[in-house]
Design a protein around this ligand. Structure first.
Ligand code: COA
Length: 445
């Protein structure tokens, strides 16, 4: 069977940065460690006044196509995943194609374009669409361009304000990929939930505490579903587990729950039993409450064990390194987590070819999906080509007054003009409005 997966990846961060412990915490009268230790975030990325979901998506795609030496004819579909769309009819992918046609010879007239929506899981769903299209033999040898792009803004004063972020991840999906091959096996956990939604509004209505519970419940269902088709997952078989990362503290909870699940009935549970006892089993309890109390106690003990801490440091923590500096990129977040892990492995000189990643995606509303990925030979070259650190370092560090202005500038209900804080350099920029209310873009050399 032909291998299908991600051939190459590119990342584009918003050009502005908000320092959470240094700038945000003092304004909120909060301990900076609530952000750095509790949520696990140092900073958020923001779009400058000339940036939006289209420019970030087009800039990531432009870098990707240039680096891979591609022309529009090589691309058979462009799928954009976003939950920050500004049009209920015309998809963001058409704007992105229009941008790319400004800088490449040829056009995308024979490429299928679309837009996927299901909160943060839509990026992974677009990946699936591309995978299925290639597996079905409908691609005529062409690649798919999948772009996850979002401006994750919350209303000022919302609890989610600390977890904002903005950026895009572009992925090239091909046969015989150069980065990771996707598994056929997938598991889903999906239910009609009201945890986070935007009923025809720009900023989300969020029940933050509930959204954390829903994430964990759906992720567990997805893992069980995945194991029902792929067999039991064992912690020692996984190089990394990139999870959807709304903020690293969320993944800390998911990692612990996942570890408890995948070590049950294994030699690891036996080894740990001497120190913290065996995992509680429902059948040993008279009622659900005492079972849940015992589970909580076991999890508290588990997270303090050397064995778990080592596993977390190796398998989960490296997936969070970029996210800590940029915040939530919604649809791009799990794909940034994968990138972060591979970047970490490259810097550590680790040989990952043939190793397995277990990828846990999630979207509010709500659905989780689990699949596996096998790292391909030659993956190092793809990751080496990224300039994530340079992009992060080049961001303009906003003062509180700058932040207030830029939040207003991106608020669809406000009409404020804000001078740009950075000078665009070899990138697409927003260039005003057209006669039908469409957005216009131009490439700045
Ligand atoms: N030092 C260290 N840790 C601290 C701290 C301090 N001074 N102050 C707080 N913390 C910890 C808390 O204990 C908590 O960690 P825990 O959950 O592991 O106990 C964490 O920091 C967050 O604090 P909390 O008081 O719960 O934050 P909050 O109520 O302001 O907001 C969310 C948390 C998740 C509700 C909020 O960020 C949100 O609504 N986010 C958007 C929705 C979202 O991303 N959901 C995730 C699923 S998609």
């Amino acid at each position: 069977m032909t291998a299908v997966g991600i051939d190459a990846i590119e990342v584009w961060t918003g050009n502005l940065k908000l320092d959470l412990p240094g700038t945000f915490a003092p304004q909120k009268g909060e301990d900076p460690e609530k952000y750095t230790k509790g949520l696990g975030l140092n900073a958020s990325s923001f779009p400058d006044s000339y940036e939006d979901i289209v420019t970030m998506a087009a800039n990531a795609a432009h870098r990707l196509m240039e680096r891979k030496g591609l022309e529009p004819d090589d691309i058979g579909r462009i799928d954009v995943a976003t939950e920050s769309a500004f049009d209920n009819s015309k998809p963001v992918s058409t704007y992105v194609a229009g941008c790319l046609e400004q800088v490449f010879d040829g056009d995308f007239h024979h490429a299928n374009k679309g837009e996927r929506k299901f909160a943060c899981i839509a990026g992974t769903q677009s990946l699936d669409d591309a995978y299925n299209w290639i597996k079905a033999g409908r691609n005529r040898g062409r690649a798919a361009l999948v772009i996850a792009t979002d401006t994750a803004l919350y209303a000022r004063g919302d609890a989610g304000e600390a977890t904002q972020g903005a950026g895009a991840v572009a992925m090239l999906i091909t046969e015989e990929p150069g980065l990771v091959e996707l598994s056929t096996e997938q598991g889903y956990g999906s239910a009609d939930e009201t945890d986070f939604l935007k009923p025809n509004q720009q900023f989300p209505s969020v029940d933050g505490k509930r959204s954390v519970k829903v994430y964990l419940a759906r992720m567990r269902e997805a893992l069980e579903d995945y194991e029902s088709v792929a067999g039991d997952v064992h912690p020692d078989d996984l190089a990394f587990i990139p999870f959807h990362t709304p903020f690293p503290g969320m993944v800390r909870k998911a990692g612990l729950l996942g570890y408890r699940h995948i070590t049950r009935d294994t030699a690891i549970e036996d080894d740990l039993a001497e120190e913290i006892g065996r995992q509680p089993r429902a059948e040993a309890f008279d009622d659900e409450e005492s079972y849940h109390d015992a589970l909580r106690e076991y999890m508290d003990a588990l997270k303090g064990t050397e064995r778990y801490r080592e596993w977390y440091a190796q398998t989960i923590d490296p997936t969070l390194e970029v996210s800590r500096e940029v915040g939530n990129w919604y649809t791009g977040s799990v794909h940034l987590a994968r990138t972060s892990a591979l970047k970490h492995a490259l810097e550590a000189g680790r040989d990952l070819a043939g190793e397995t990643l277990l990828v846990g995606s999630y979207g509010s509303g709500a659905q989780a999906e689990i699949h596996a990925e096998t790292v391909c030979d030659g993956w190092e070259a793809e990751i080496e080509a990224l300039n994530v650190d340079e992009q992060l370092a080049a961001r303009y560090d906003m003062s509180w007054a700058d932040y207030e202005q830029i939040h207003d500038a991106h608020n669809h209900d406000m009409d404020v003009d804000v001078e740009e804080f950075t000078a665009p350099d070899a990138e697409f920029v927003f260039d005003g409005w057209g006669r039908m209310g469409e957005r216009k873009y131009r490439y700045v050399d």
